[in-house]
Design a protein around this ligand. Sequence first.
Ligand code: CP3
Length: 344
Amino acid sequence: MTKDKTILRALAGETLETPPIWMMRQAGRYLPEYRATRAQAGDFLSLCYNPKLAAEVTLQPIRRYGFDASILFADILLLPQALGADLWFVTGEGPRLSTIETQADFDKLNGTEAIHETLNPVYETVRILRRELPAETTLIGFAGAPWTVATYMVAGRGTPDQGPAHKLKDENPELFGQIIDRLSEGTVDYLSKQIEAGAEVVKLFDSWAGSLKGEDFDRYALEPAKKIIAELKARHPNVPVIAFPRGAGERYVGFGKATGADCVALDDGVTPEWAAANVQVDGCVQGNLKSSHMVTGGQGLVDETRKIVDAFGKGPHIFNLGHGITPDADPENVQLMIDTVRAR
Ligand SMILES: Cc1c2[nH]c(c1CCC(=O)O)Cc1[nH]c(c(CCC(=O)O)c1C)Cc1[nH]c(c(CCC(=O)O)c1C)Cc1[nH]c(c(C)c1CCC(=O)O)C2
């Protein structure tokens, strides 16, 4: 039964002797087999919209390492594209989108009912994965949280300080609120379809939550997550949700309870000891090894991995990195991390 899957047990609040493990960006450029399939697809977006090849890259790290979970291969920026934004990736630089600066820009977007036409290949990837994944491997679907996705839609690209989105929310909160609401609604429909296609868990990536302070954090990180999770739970009561308000710092405290998330994913800006005492007391946590250990390896990696496993050992915990693995990581260091976790 699926309930025997280790990730689902941890998400249900069980303390396991060995924490289940997976890794953000586990299908990525550090793997030679990923680079080969991506070259075959042509470019990154073609790979995202090719169900056979997207399923193939999702499966690659499962075959190589036997992770306890796989994460659907896609991107958080596919939803804005499905809402009608132009999207392309500049090699070596990152994503580019058409910008939203005015009400007229917003009014050009599609309603949420239109998104599936673009996103259907993603649901097909999920269906293939449910057939092909090993019985013990949990399939995680995902979407970006509204604030993070909005930062890209407003600026038309990644920005170091999310300045354009901060400016728009301060100068035109009415328009900014409409963007957040459209994204919240689209995210619920997108994740529901992933669940109906076979995703067993969903994760909400709020990669830029850390740049929201005070009431802004409540309004644009906490409230949208709460709303999305409540709607998902109404439609799919048994599907656990992982929330990742990256960079939340002190605001990690109580985030799971306040939003209804079953698990809070931690970045490496908080110590495991602090997070065990202040966040894990409320339920399952995921994290939080520094990604740079996948580049440097050695005793530092082993010591830090053990420290995290020990600190979270008294409660429900899913081992992961604090953020995505980087292209310069050494695949052998990933194996060393897994061996260290599983030797506990
Ligand atoms: C902000 C964000 C994006 N995408 C995502 C986020 C939130 C998480 C985070 O903070 O990392 C989420 C994401 N992106 C990708 C996944 C797939 C699942 C996984 O393996 O974790 C997930 C969950 C694949 C990807 N998304 C991207 C790649 C690299 C693309 C390539 O093959 O060239 C992958 C594997 C591209 C991408 N996509 C995005 C950027 C800024 C970039 C360019 C930066 C980079 O090149 O690493 C937007």
